[in-house]
Structure formats: C-alpha cells, structure tokens
Design a protein around this ligand. Structure first.
Ligand SMILES: Cc1cc2nc3c(=O)[nH]c(=O)nc-3n(C[C@H](O)[C@H](O)[C@H](O)COP(=O)(O)O)c2cc1C
Length: 338
C-alpha cells in the first residue's frame, strides 16, 4: 500500500482540514509550513477572503513552499457551482497542487484530472458504502469522518469506522475529535495513517475567525456540542449558545419533506447552501457589534473542543503533535523489534 506520506509528501501525518468559512490563506500555509498538509477550501478563499483563487494559491506559496491540498465539494447542486469547481481544480493543478480531498458526490472526474499529472485524491466518507464508491471512482485514500467531527459529522465512532474500512487497503485518515496530541496518538495507535483536524486550527492565531468564536471553542466542553439540521438540512456540529437554543436544531416538516423528495432535494440543498454560506460567514468571521452579539452566536465545532485549552500559534500546536508523534514512533519501532 502506498503510504500517506508518499501520497502527500507531508513530514507529519496531520491534515489541516478544509473549513468553510474558516480556512484562510495564512492558516493553510501555517499548517503546511509546520510539517502537516493544509487544505485550501476554495469557497472560503474566494467568497470569504475575497481572493482571486490563483492569486490566493500564490499568496500561500509566498509563505511556504511545503505541499498543500485542495478540497473539492463535488455535489452538483447547481451547474454554475460545478463549473466553478472544475475551474478551481484546473487552476490548482496548474499551480502545482497535487493532493485533493473530495466530498459528497462521485469523485471520478476529479480523479481523472488529478491523476493525469501524478496527483492523488482522498475521498470523505462516513460509512463503508461511500468508501466503496469513492475507491471504485479511483480515490487512493479515505478521510473517515466520525461522530465527533466538526462540520458535517458522521454517525460512527472512530473505532467503528476503522473496523468498517480497515480491510480496504488504502490509507485511512481519522477526521473528528482530535484536539490534543493524546487523541492524535490514540487514533494512530488504532491503525489510522493520519488525522484531519478542523476545530483545533480555528483556535489559532493564524485563523481569521472572530475572537468570540475562538474563545467559545476554548471554553466549550464536549457536552456543549450539538447537532443541528437548521443550517444545511443535514446535521452539523455546533457549539450550544443561547441563540442556537432559541432556534432549535431540527429542520421543519416542510423542509424535511422537500429534502427527501427526488425532484426537490437538489433545489432545497442549493437553498440551504446559499443561505448557510452567508450565515456562517457572517457569524464566524466578523466581530459583531455589541447589540447584535446574541444573533451571531452560530459557531461550528466538533467534540475535539475537549482537548483545546488555548488560542495559540499553529506552530506551537504542531510542535507538540510532532514531539508526541516522534515519541510514539520510537516506542512503536522498539516494540516491533522486541
Ligand atoms: C467550521 C468547519 C467547517 C468545515 N468545512 C468543511 C468543508 O468546507 N469541507 C470539508 O470537506 N470539511 C469541512 N469541515 C470538516 C473538517 O475538514 C474536518 O474534517 C473536521 O473538522 C474534523 O473534526 P474536528 O473539527 O473535530 O477536528 C469543516 C469543519 C469545521 C469545524
């Protein structure tokens, strides 16, 4: 099996997970520069950070020459969005990106484009059924999204997901619940090839999210993380706030019916995508004026909050992870020699 490090050329088995709206240029660059691989989220770069996509990739290159990745959310909820994604993939390839993470739809067209230039695609999955489809389409590794993840969480625990996928003979990346180096080593000890972190990297100096959002992550315990269908129609992990409690977490009966209908579900998803794009951007990035604070407390985070105790530079987080990894790697090698 080709390893994670051979696929990504990252020194450490850590992915800075793509995050709408929290992945900014400086954050992606910092994760790669510290030995992991930062993954660009193109909608964050163009819509939130208001950067031309090619210029944004070049701006990362000015900070670091270490490898980076790109996230392609490939659900075809609108033709215009799909055409944009095709263009972003082309630009990323032209600018030298060789690692891609696909989410939602069939990754075959991305795989075809990326493999032509010797790159590799990993596919996001929450269960075996999607893993088989992704591999059939040519993905070379899987991002196993578990029930502790920030963003769209899975249903299975990291252990259950590993059991479901470990015979597939590709690198498995644990996504969800990794806030501390202890959780990182636990996932590697289970057999995961690497970990993808989202929430941990929001609470860093390089992330442009608001101070209030970062502090809420530091203060939250895992019991404060709730799943809400109100944003995208499918469960998203959020920090419980008074605002969220007032809104409730379930999609209404009409929305639910539309989301299930064969004809209406794509339209409904597009509606949610557009609405959530604005809501999440405004809640996460801008510091709200004092009188609007309550309305803006709408923050995505996973149960990894349990291991996050400080807002700090990415390099400090990564140094701790690197030290823990080297220690574990040494012990692991010694055990094997005995
Ligand atoms: C705020 C936020 C936004 C996210 N947006 C995306 C996204 O646009 N695309 C994607 O593939 N994953 C997205 N994710 C998932 C992350 O890449 C990663 O898999 C997840 O955060 C791992 O769980 P953790 O937050 O417990 O570390 C998002 C996660 C968070 C917290």
């Amino acid at each position: 099996m080709v390893s994670f490090s051979e696929h990504t050329h990252a020194r450490l088995p850590v992915i800075g997970g793509p995050m709408y709206p929290c992945s900014n240029i400086e954050l992606v660059a910092a994760v790669s520069d510290a030995g992991g691989i930062g993954v660009v989220q193109p909608v964050s770069m163009t819509f939130v950070q208001k950067q031309d996509f090619r210029e944004g990739l070049r701006a990362i290159r000015k900070i670091t020459t270490a490898p980076i990745g790109m996230n392609a959310l490939i659900e075809k909820s609108s033709r215009r969005y799909h055409e944009k994604m095709v263009k972003w993939v082309s630009i990323a390839l032209e600018e030298g990106v060789r690692f891609f993470i696909t989410s939602l739809g069939n990754p075959a067209w991305v795989v075809k484009r990326v493999e032509e230039v010797g790159g590799v695609v990993y596919h996001d999955v929450t269960e075996r059924k999607w893993a088989l489809k992704g591999l059939e389409a040519g993905a070379k590794g899987l991002i196993a999204v578990n029930n502790r993840a920030g963003g769209h969480a899975g249903k299975l625990s990291a252990e259950q997901l590993y059991d479901e996928l470990s015979d597939l003979d590709v690198p498995l990346v644990c996504a969800g619940g990794i806030g501390s180096e202890d959780a990182f080593i636990k996932a590697l000890s289970l057999g995961y090839a690497a970990c993808q972190l989202g929430t941990r990297f929001i609470a860093t100096e390089e992330c442009h999210s608001s101070q209030a959002y970062k502090s809420a992550i530091v203060k939250a315990t895992e019991d404060d993380i709730v799943l809400s269908e109100k944003i995208t129609g499918v469960p998203v992990s959020l920090i419980r706030t008074p605002y969220l409690q007032r809104m409730g977490t379930k999609a209404g009966p009409v929305a639910r019916r539309l989301l299930q209908g064969n004809k209406t579900k794509h339209w409904m998803r597009m509606f949610y995508t557009l609405r959530s794009a604005f809501q999440l951007r405004d809640a996460s990035i801008r510091q709200p004026p004092e009188h609007k604070k309550i309305q803006q407390e709408f923050w995505q985070a996973g149960k990894s909050v349990a291991g996050i105790h400080k807002i700090e530079p990415v390099a400090d987080v990564m140094q701790r992870f690197e030290a823990a990894f080297e220690h574990w790697h040494r012990d692991d090698n010694e055990l094997r020699r005995k």
